[in-house]
Design a protein around this ligand. Structure first.
Ligand SMILES: NC(=O)c1ccc[n+]([C@@H]2O[C@H](COP(=O)([O-])OP(=O)(O)OC[C@H]3O[C@@H](n4cnc5c(N)ncnc54)[C@H](OP(=O)(O)O)[C@@H]3O)[C@@H](O)[C@H]2O)c1
Length: 268
């Protein structure tokens, strides 16, 4: 009898948007499970300390940080090349960088629509395409794996988040399509759709303190935490998920009775 293989030992992973929140938790969890992690954000001042703290911790994985804006193709290419160079190849990519602002659909300008769709969907498109150069080795059994970060907003309508919901829904379909296109390369591609998770980004979006986020949760019992999304990501990139591809995993707790979704950040 074998125990399930959740180890990430010997794995080299890229995690985008890892200076805080869910991305930081994913980087820390992966390093604790044995992976080397290359992490980025738009600011080395913000992402550098996350790498330092991983490297100072008593965990088997090492961390490498670089500045990279996922809206810029040149940045993405340079970051992936530096990460592959640092660790001697890449096996795992988590496209986590994302964000939004809330506004009624009628008030979203061309620039606002473009900003949110380009960060979330455009960033995922760019990073998946560049990731393919490293993960599609052409050798049977040697493909890597990608996890894209969607949202319950990509599965259910949420008022005042039309741009974000449209981008996240498209990420789910992009994931399904890539899983089919790259199956012959042994590249698994999956998606996570979190409900409301307590992060600095959510506090910023709502203009409230992080400690006040739980009051906005419409889940039955409690809000979610970044580490709980990180654990799901760790499973999806591990050998234990070897037959899982093209899927979207929702992590949203249990909605309160009468709520079909738990992610209405609507303008009150
Ligand atoms: N928290 C939730 O409730 C929730 C729910 C569903 C889905 N999600 C998704 O989960 C992901 C992480 O969410 P979060 O709440 O942890 O977000 P967060 O706290 O706002 O953190 C976002 C991270 O992305 C980085 N980032 C932003 N723009 C970037 C860019 N253009 N290029 C590179 N990095 C960039 C930020 O770093 P810098 O500012 O240093 O660049 C930061 O590290 C996002 O895709 C989000 O849409 C979150």
């Amino acid at each position: 009898m074998d125990a399930p293989d959740f180890s990430l030992e010997g794995t080299n992973a890229v995690v985008t948007g890892a200076s805080q929140g869910i991305g930081q938790a994913i980087a820390e969890t992966f390093a604790a499970a044995g992976a080397n992690v290359a992490i980025c954000s738009r600011s080395m001042d913000r992402v550098g300390p996350v790498a330092e703290s991983i490297n100072d911790a008593d965990v088997p994985g090492r961390a490498f940080a670089a500045e990279c804006d996922v809206r810029e193709r040149d940045d993405v290419e340079a970051f992936f090349a530096a990460a592959a160079d640092e660790f001697g190849g890449l096996d795992v990519v988590v496209n986590n960088a994302g964000g939004e602002f809330i506004a009624p659909f009628a008030d979203i300008s061309e620039g606002g629509w473009e900003a949110v769709t380009d960060l979330n969907l455009g960033g995922t498109y760019r990073c998946c395409q560049v990731a393919g150069e490293y993960l599609r080795t052409g050798e049977a059994g040697d493909g890597g794996t990608i996890v894209n970060m969607a949202s319950v907003n990509g599965q259910h309508p949420a008022p005042n988040e039309s741009h974000y919901g449209a981008a996240k829904a498209a990420i789910i379909r992009l994931t399904e399509t890539l899983a089919v296109e790259w199956a012959q390369d042994d590249v698994r591609v999956n998606c996570i759709a979190p409900g409301l998770i307590q992060t600095p980004g959510v506090a910023d979006t709502l203009g409230i303190d992080e400690s006040d986020i739980p009051a906005r949760s419409e889940t039955y019992r409690r809000i979610g935490y970044p580490e709980e999304i990180a654990d799901l990501a760790a499973f999806l990139v591990s050998p234990a998920a070897s037959f899982v591809t093209g899927e979207t995993y929702t992590a949203k707790g249990v909605p309160r009775p009468g709520n079909s979704m738990n992610h209405d950040l609507g303008l009150k």
